[in-house]
Ligand binder design. Structure first.
Ligand SMILES: [Zn+2]
Length: 288
């Protein structure tokens, strides 16, 4: 099977940017690591797909974009972090939630997320991360990020995201697109794109049947697409034993003693990938 990839195009003589991603492997890896249900796979899968798209713009190695969806629905918080090179990781509070399909017979992402806020933290690696927050529009994720781009970044855009889950809770296809309208775009460009975005309600189904190149040729030919970048997004956690050790060191000796007394061991589990690492107190160096 084809690996995940992401491609960027100029449209309308460079007045519009298009990013398209296939993210099936990312979603399946998240599904395996977190034992996701079809519903939570759709929720986390859409957020991870969007995060990979957002991070594809990052320009230096120390930069990252984090998104936290804070809804009042049963899945709780959804957290994703995407680093330079479109490397993503993420989790949600309640991975076992599984809801009945919604009235359109689709996985009920909005019902699982509920009402609340979307916070995005963009860290360009120079200190002072940029934090933006918007109300969730629908909880369907694509519309919520569209609102974030429009409100916080003042960037008009259109976003489509989709996760198609098949038998045995396997993601058959996941993907999405971001269309950004640049300041010199013409009224006509915007009109065409506004009607076009309605074609992508089933983006995961469409991308299951064709490559990104075929997709762009079929849906955007009249806007003269010119490809300018390809990337390979991946689900990759960057946790390490030394970083976890730092967490324990920073807790301080009395707190660590307390944990040892209550739990009997010093073990840290990474929320993002589930990796567990155990430490001996003698390995730690507390700050005086
Ligand atoms: Zn990890």
């Amino acid at each position: 099977m084809q690996k995940d990839y992401l491609k960027k195009y100029y449209l309308c003589d460079n007045r519009v940017l298009l990013t398209v991603i296939k993210s099936t492997d990312i979603v399946n890896k998240a599904g395996k690591l977190h034992n996701l249900t079809p519903t939570t796979m759709a929720v986390l899968g859409r957020v991870l797909t969007m995060s990979a798209i957002s991070s594809s713009k990052l320009k230096n190695e120390d930069s990252s974009v984090s998104a936290i969806v804070m809804g009042d629905g049963p899945v709780g918080r959804v957290v994703s972090v995407a680093r330079y090179g479109a490397l993503v990781k993420g989790y949600l509070d309640n991975p076992t939630v599984d809801l009945m399909p919604n009235s359109k017979n689709k996985l009920d992402v909005a019902g699982a997320v509920g009402k609340g806020k979307l916070r995005v933290i963009a860290d360009y690696g120079f200190g002072n991360p940029y934090v933006g927050e918007v109300d969730l529009v629908s909880g369907e994720i694509a519309e919520d990020f569209t609102s974030y781009y429009a409100t916080s970044l003042q960037q008009p855009c259109a976003i489509a995201l989709g996760v198609l889950v098949g038998k045995n809770c396997k993601c058959e296809s996941a993907g999405g697109l971001l269309i950004e309208v640049l300041p010199d775009a013409l009224e006509d460009d915007i009109k065409i794109l506004e009607t076009k975005i309605n074609d992508f309600a089933d983006i995961s189904k469409i991308l299951k049947e064709m490559s990104i190149e075929e997709f762009v040729a079929q849906y955007f030919a009249e806007l003269s697409p010119v490809e300018y970048e390809t990337m390979e997004p991946k689900f990759k956690c960057d946790c390490s034993k030394s970083r976890m050790k730092k967490v324990l060191n920073n807790l301080g000796e009395s707190e660590v003693d307390e944990i040892l007394k209550e739990v009997g061991k010093l073990e840290i589990c990474c929320d993002f990938c589930g990796a567990k690492r155990e430490f001996q107190k003698s390995e730690l160096k507390f700050k005086k």
